[in-house]
Design a protein around this ligand. Structure first.
Ligand SMILES: Cc1cc2nc3c(=O)[nH]c(=O)nc-3n(C[C@H](O)[C@H](O)[C@H](O)COP(=O)(O)OP(=O)(O)OC[C@H]3O[C@@H](n4cnc5c(N)ncnc54)[C@H](O)[C@@H]3O)c2cc1C
Length: 500
């Protein structure tokens, strides 16, 4: 144990957040700090985080996890996009693909050329210019290439996996690196008299676990960050009014699709996430506009195959803690806040919280400046994801139910309003900051997918000969189609990965 490093790090909670934190800390500081994770097998984890975004690959690489092993152990499939059905209007579909539009990563202004041709009467969908969107349409899969000249440099993917199996997998990993798991129910959080810092967690059966630094991964309860430290919560439900979800698994049917589907319904939306062994489903809804019984019945009526059990209800309030790091406690996962899973961002926020903590690692003596920096960074992360998710609801033409009337006409965050105004002038997106999960190409896919059209395209595009642009874009579409035809099916690709 060395110098000014915390000697005892205590992780409270063993869901996806707890075990991701344990694995990453064990990897980075495990030889120098004692890390203990407390969880109660009597308290169920949420465990429905099944769809992810591409940075998860970086997290697994940071841990040194072998992809083949991971795909096998977590029943993972690949995710190339989200297919959005009925969001703009009933019967309309678009993709939010990962990777770039165009055949190279640096073809950043493709949508500008597309907009110009559209103004001249071209009706080709923007999806046709995305390798990942077209591969999604044909249920094909491949890997990204590091070679910037390759068409696969425009490729990117994430995983869909069984989150409980992922937590189990990371538990084995963390325990191998020396993390000690303590089974027990936390019944009290002991605060130091002089400064209100946490000094110990009291477990059932009169056991006491002392620590220097605490990571609250106790889920929506926020046992440490909220119940003990009274940190406060910023409620965003006026922008994201869905507050409940029913989830249920069903068997697989038909081809294994390499994407998550999000279908807009009467008072929210339904997800469909195909894994190797089953499909995860859920209806995220707003209890002001639909009863629980109707939501559950609607979910069960929209499955590919018979349900593998009864629907399970979860309740939540979208928003975030006023501070993520308060005194000697950092909240990670659902204890830190929640943005509904439309863009599969919660596991990413866990990852971002852990990696940002490693960049601002606390010392034994502690310094408030580290906590403040951490809080600023994670707040930006949360807010930019919030704006992106709000966009999907607000940019709709749907007026068929009171729910859609509300979200279409609601006030939106100023930050999103400014972004929309900027886009509407010449289809530009502000530069990405390190705490924007979504980049240029993500915003373009959703803005154009939901028919948010600018008044004009970038005037610089008029420098190029339109016949030449038309030809280049047609060639690009043909190259994408041809490439996709040559790819293995998603299922064959998974088999190949597991046979490596
Ligand atoms: C409807 C819904 C759909 C979602 N879909 C996605 C998705 O597609 N993609 C995505 O990235 N994320 C998704 N998420 C979020 C994802 O499920 C969570 O981010 C993830 O599961 C992490 O949860 P957690 O570990 O923070 O909390 P939990 O899973 O709730 O774990 C809490 C842990 O704390 C322990 N605990 C609690 N109280 C005590 C106590 N008193 N004593 C001891 N232990 C205690 C519990 O035993 C458990 O181990 C979704 C969430 C919801 C609600």
């Amino acid at each position: 144990m060395a110098g000014n490093l915390p000697r005892n790090i205590i992780i409270a909670g063993g869901g996806t957040a707890g075990w991701m934190a344990a694995a990453a800390l064990a990897r980075r500081v495990g030889r120098h700090c004692a890390i203990r994770l407390i969880e109660s097998s009597d308290i169920r984890t949420v465990g429905v985080g099944e769809a992810t975004v591409p940075p998860i690959r970086g997290f697994n690489q940071f841990l040194g996890i072998d992809e083949k092993d991971f795909v096998r152990q977590t029943q993972a499939t690949y995710k190339l996009s989200i297919q959005f059905c009925d969001w703009l209007r009933l019967g309309h579909t678009y993709y939010h693909p990962f990777g770039a539009h165009g055949t190279k990563r640096d073809f950043a202004h493709l949508h500008q050329y597309w907009l110009k041709l559209r103004q001249l009467g071209d009706t080709t969908s923007l999806d046709e210019y995305s390798l990942c969107a077209v591969a999604s349409m044909f249920n094909k899969c491949a890997e990204q290439s590091p070679d910037p000249a390759s068409i696969f440099s425009s490729w990117s993917s994430a995983y869909q996996f069984d989150a409980s199996l992922y937590a189990k997998y990371l538990r084995a990993y963390a325990e191998r690196l020396g993390v000690e798991r303590v089974e027990g129910k936390i019944v009290d959080v002991r605060l130091r008299g002089e400064d209100g810092y946490i000094e110990a967690l009291q477990l059932e059966g009169d056991r006491r676990i002392d620590g220097d630094f605490f990571i609250d991964c106790t889920g929506f309860r926020g046992l440490l960050i909220e119940q003990a430290l009274k940190t406060g919560y910023e409620d965003w439900s006026h922008w994201l009014p869905c507050d409940r979800a029913y989830t249920v698994h069903c068997g697989t049917a038909g081809e294994l699709t390499p994407y998550t589907r999000a279908t807009a319904l009467k008072a929210g939306w339904q997800w469909r996430i195909p894994l190797q062994h089953r499909t995860g489903n859920g209806y995220v809804y707003c209890s002001r506009y639909i009863s629980d019984d109707e939501a559950a019945a609607s979910l069960l009526a929209n499955l590919d195959a018979p349900a593998l059990g009864d629907p399970w209800q979860l309740r939540f309030t979208t928003g975030r803690r006023k501070k993520f790091w308060n005194k000697n406690c950092v909240a990670v996962g659902l204890a830190s806040g929640f943005i509904e899973p439309l863009e599969s961002t919660s596991i990413h926020l866990i990852q971002s919280g852990i990696l940002t903590l490693l960049l601002n690692f606390p010392s034994l003596s502690g310094d408030a400046a580290d906590a403040e920096q951490y809080n600023r960074n994670i707040a930006l992360d949360y807010e930019s994801i919030r704006d992106f998710v709000v966009l999907h609801y607000n940019a709709t033409e749907r007026n068929d139910t009171p729910f859609w009337d509300y979200v279409r006409t609601m006030e939106i965050p100023d930050t999103l309003q400014q972004r929309l105004e900027y886009f509407r002038s010449h289809a530009r997106i502000p530069p990405r900051t390190p705490y924007d999960l979504f980049e240029f190409t993500d915003w373009i896919a959703v803005l154009i997918g939901q028919n948010v059209m600018p008044r004009s395209y970038d005037p610089l595009i008029d420098m190029y000969d339109v016949a030449e642009v038309r030809k280049q874009l047609a060639d690009m579409r043909a190259q994408i189609r041809q490439t996709v035809q040559s790819l293995p099916s998603h299922r064959d690709f998974i088999t190949r990965i597991m046979e490596r």
